[in-house]
Design a protein around this ligand. Structure first.
Ligand SMILES: CC(C)(COP(=O)(O)OP(=O)(O)OC[C@H]1O[C@@H](n2cnc3c(N)ncnc32)[C@H](O)[C@@H]1OP(=O)(O)O)[C@@H](O)C(=O)NCCC(=O)NCCS
Length: 174
């Protein structure tokens, strides 16, 4: 099921058949460098992530969505919105394969996801966090118009926290 389309990307829901895609993404230590996760070594763990983590998020039209390059139909990563009950907030997140870094896909997916959260889901606030050394991710949060709030430690990681509200302007980059 396609959730949204951007100039170059399609964002669609994952299904259980996508476990090999998640395995490919989450087994690369460079992709996980600033995240609190270990690289997957067992394909069954990717099946478990889809079943126990990703699919349950789809209940309220939220979730992490597979990002597909329209031109080639290639899976390049995921982007999406997740409700974190322990913090009572909706979090913007994204993760892309190394082969797709540096081409503006992260900014493009994040910007349209933020817009979807406000326009379609009518969210009142969206939070974004990135490790203090994760320059690429911090740049995305800034470029899409989110506002830096504070530095804090979340899940044992030093992060910078950003928020966006519906009335804030979302910059007109891809
Ligand atoms: C962080 C990540 C999402 C960036 O995605 P991307 O598609 O490469 O980002 P973009 O191409 O839209 O780049 C956004 C900006 O960051 C810059 N940038 C990207 N990676 C960078 C890096 N490693 N170091 C410095 N700047 C970087 C780009 O040059 C661009 O800035 P510019 O517009 O001024 O040129 C991607 O590297 C990734 O998936 N990393 C692994 C997972 C992860 O860390 N997710 C975020 C968790 S908070």
């Amino acid at each position: 099921m396609v959730i949204l389309e951007t100039p170059r990307l399609l964002l669609r829901r994952f299904t259980e058949a996508d476990a090999p895609l998640i395995f490919g993404l989450n087994s690369d230590p460079e992709v996980l460098k600033y995240l609190h996760e270990f690289p997957l070594i067992d394909k069954k763990d990717a099946e478990r992530i889809i079943r126990d983590v990703i699919l349950p998020q789809y209940e309220n039209d939220l979730g992490r969505w597979a990002v597909i390059l329209k031109e080639t139909n290639e899976f390049i990563g995921w982007c999406g919105l997740k409700y974190r009950p322990e913090m009572n907030e909706t979090d913007l997140g994204y993760r892309f394969k190394k082969s797709s870094w540096g081409k503006g896909y992260g900014t493009e997916a994040a910007k349209h996801t933020l817009q979807y959260g406000f326009d379609k889901l009518k969210l009142k606030e969206i939070t974004g966090r990135a490790h203090i050394e994760n320059i690429g991710s911090l740049k995305i949060l800034e470029k899409i118009g989110m506002k830096f709030i504070k530095e804090e430690v979340v899940d044992n990681c030093p992060v910078k926290t950003f928020v966006a509200k519906p009335q804030m302007s979302i910059v007109n980059s891809q």
